[in-house]
Design a protein around this ligand. Structure first.
Ligand SMILES: Cc1cc2nc3c(=O)[nH]c(=O)nc-3n(C[C@H](O)[C@H](O)[C@H](O)COP(=O)(O)OP(=O)(O)OC[C@H]3O[C@@H](n4cnc5c(N)ncnc54)[C@H](O)[C@@H]3O)c2cc1C
Length: 365
């Protein structure tokens, strides 16, 4: 049995924990099923809070070529409103972000093992290759649940995440510029942002029932949405049907973990799942990684950490859930755009409120 933390998952949450532990001289082992970093499904939007946290961890997103984002453009039906974001945000692929976070964690001395974790118990994790033992396990497998540790899915009509990556094009560059766009439609939204190198990340979150109306096919759904929404059709451009489509099912939006087992620190999407239209999931992941590492180092139990982090995540997750429920109904979407026209400052306040609050101090979660 080793005393140092075993971190399961080397996404933003796991790597943030590893970097924080190593910065304080604590040994740790990162285990990820992928020996090399892929490009996980994500909207590619990094909020100003994410950028601040990455900066604190020594990650220079400007050097990674992150695309600068300064405005929020909302579309519903034929209507469009544009609001300035309260602070500078960014578009960056998860391939670029995760590669850099993993590189820094390993450069600082974190050990890395490529293995797929199949199960978990008190003080151990079962990998496909071997069994690992530690008194402190950081569960950071993100969107993927381990058997016996699934996050509850209470929604009758679950949410599916879909992503298209389109190459750089002068036309999309002109249309999107420095904006994050949210195209609202009944049952979901399409988020579009440019990333490093000018490629576009087109990410959609949709209720399963709305996807079923398009025959269950993501491409058919995009085609249907583009038919009803000229602006979306322009952004998709020609030949988008050939692009690779990634999907993830049953995202438990709004779930927050309050109770955990002894020695099990739950991080990132395994700690709290903020509806993705807020663009704050990566920020919550990083904040939880830093908080869990700080709790471990200062001798606080996994349960103390989990409760404190649940309290910290509550406001942004609840606010984002309320905005998501509003945005997915035609009436709510129209009301949102009307609000953006009459009181843009209120939209800015919501955008600020959906951010994870900074940690009260380095030693606190
Ligand atoms: C549709 C959609 C759009 C989104 N858009 C945005 C956005 O624009 N901005 C934003 O900030 N957030 C967004 N999010 C949320 C964001 O993607 C997540 O909150 C974030 O990825 C959580 O990070 P994580 O480190 O907890 O998990 P992940 O990023 O999921 O990383 C988990 C890691 O664990 C590894 N792993 C998984 N299972 C195992 C296993 N069994 N054994 C070993 N390793 C394993 C994986 O390989 C991966 O490296 C979006 C989410 C969705 C669903």
């Amino acid at each position: 049995m080793i005393a140092h933390p075993l971190i399961l998952g080397a996404g933003p949450a796991g790597c943030a924990a590893a970097i924080t532990l190593r910065a304080r001289g604590v040994d740790c082992t990162l285990i990820d099923r992928d020996a090399t970093v892929g490009d996980p499904l994500c909207g590619g939007f990094l909020s100003w809070r994410t950028a601040e946290q990455l900066d604190t961890l020594g990650i220079d997103i400007a050097r990674l070529g992150a695309h600068k984002v300064s405005t929020l453009r909302l579309f519903a039906g034929q209507d469009m409103r544009e609001v300035a974001l309260p602070h500078r945000a960014y578009g960056l692929s998860r391939h670029a972000l995760d590669s850099e976070m993993r590189r820094i964690a390993l450069a600082q001395g974190a050990r890395f093992i490529a293995d797929t974790i199949k199960g978990l118990g008190e003080g151990y994790a079962m990998g496909a290759q071997e069994e690992y033992h530690s008194r402190s396990i950081f569960l950071a497998t993100g969107k993927h649940d381990l058997r016996g540790h699934s996050r509850p899915r209470t929604a009758k009509d679950t949410t599916v995440g879909i992503r298209l990556r389109l190459p750089a094009s002068p036309a999309r560059d002109r249309l999107l510029g420095g904006a994050i766009e949210l195209h609202l439609f009944p049952g979901g939204y399409v988020g579009i942002v440019l990333q490093e190198g000018g490629s576009a990340n087109i990410c959609l979150a949709v209720r399963k029932s709305a996807l079923a109306c398009a025959g269950g096919s993501p491409v058919a759904l995009f085609a249907k949405l583009a038919q009803d929404n000229r602006a979306l059709a322009d952004r998709l451009g020609e030949g988008w049907e050939e692009a690779r489509v990634d999907t993830i099912g049953a995202v438990p939006y709004g779930w927050i973990c309050r109770e955990t087992s002894p020695g099990l620190y739950r991080l990132g999407d395994q700690a709290a799942v903020i509806p993705s239209l807020a663009g704050e999931g990566n920020s919550i992941a990083i904040a939880s990684g830093v908080a869990a590492a700080s709790a471990f180092r200062t001798g606080r139990s996994a349960q103390e950490y989990q409760r404190a982090f649940a309290t910290r995540a509550r406001r942004p997750v609840r606010l984002a859930a309320a905005l998501w429920h509003m945005a997915e109904t035609p009436l709510g979407a129209r009301a949102g755009l009307a609000l953006a026209r009459i009181a843009p400052a209120l939209v800015t306040t919501f955008a600020e409120g959906a951010r994870i609050p900074p940690a009260p101090s380095l030693a606190q979660t």
